[in-house]
Design a protein around this ligand. Sequence first.
Ligand SMILES: *[C@@H]1O[C@H](CO)[C@@H](O)[C@H](O)[C@H]1NC(C)=O
Ligand SMILES: *[C@@H]1O[C@H](CO)[C@@H](O)[C@H](O)[C@H]1NC(C)=O
Ligand SMILES: *[C@@H]1O[C@H](CO)[C@@H](O)[C@H](O)[C@H]1NC(C)=O
Length: 224
Amino acid sequence: MEDAPAAEDNNPRRVHWEKVVDVGILCCIFGTLLGGFIYFAVMDLRIHLVDPAFRLYSATMSLPNASASEFTATWDVTVVAFNPNHNLNISFNSLQAAVSYATKVSYATDPSGSAAVMLATKLVPPPSLLTTRARTTHRFTVETVSANVGDDVARKISEGRAHGGVRFEINLLGQYRYASYDKSPRMIKACYQVEFEFSPGNSTGTLTRTRQPFECEHYARSHT
Ligand SMILES: *[C@@H]1O[C@H](CO)[C@@H](O)[C@H](O)[C@H]1NC(C)=O
Ligand SMILES: *[C@@H]1O[C@H](CO)[C@@H](O)[C@H](O)[C@H]1NC(C)=O
Ligand SMILES: *[C@@H]1O[C@H](CO)[C@@H](O)[C@H](O)[C@H]1NC(C)=O
């Protein structure tokens, strides 16, 4: 006669099934975690958002009057807008362009006080829909008419014009969103340091030097 409880304890089939159930539960938990991890990793790679980029392509400026109280100038600017994303279109809501005169050479050597004087600001037509990897050219003008820039700025600009070049900053502030991904608007800032040279008796200056990309310090200060 067999001892029933002992036989049950020693039953290899019962022990086997318990293990199978335990291992099964562990596998389920592990599989779920792994699946979730892979899912989010893939989603993250697929929707990796990269900001659009602007690059200054060319610029000229006309300066018919550089007097302190009748300062009149027009900047004609061409930029290239680029969508670096492989799977996201970018649409722009607005684009603001501003030109300021940099009275200081560098914040690093002299961080005190206000260094840039805003001369002109304008809402310009934004780039149309930038499809994936698209690069498009945009031309716009920013002007100031009979502005009062004060004696100091007028004198410095006139001196620069007569001796080599005048340095300005062109700042762009764009509001955009990733089409079909996220409707919330995002901002992009792009800043360029430019220098124009004028021939004697000619009010049109040509771009001789550019610094880009340029950290948007002055812009941030004058707009916040
Ligand atoms: C600039 O404007 C001032 C003030 O109106 C005027 O006296 C001067 O002649 C103008 N200069 C030029 C080059 O137009
Ligand atoms: C981007 O826009 C183009 C043109 O409207 C469209 O054909 C394309 O499917 C869009 N791509 C994405 C990823 O939304
Ligand atoms: C003035 O300078 C611009 C740019 O350098 C040049 O294209 C233009 O021909 C010049 N105009 C005159 C009248 O010299």
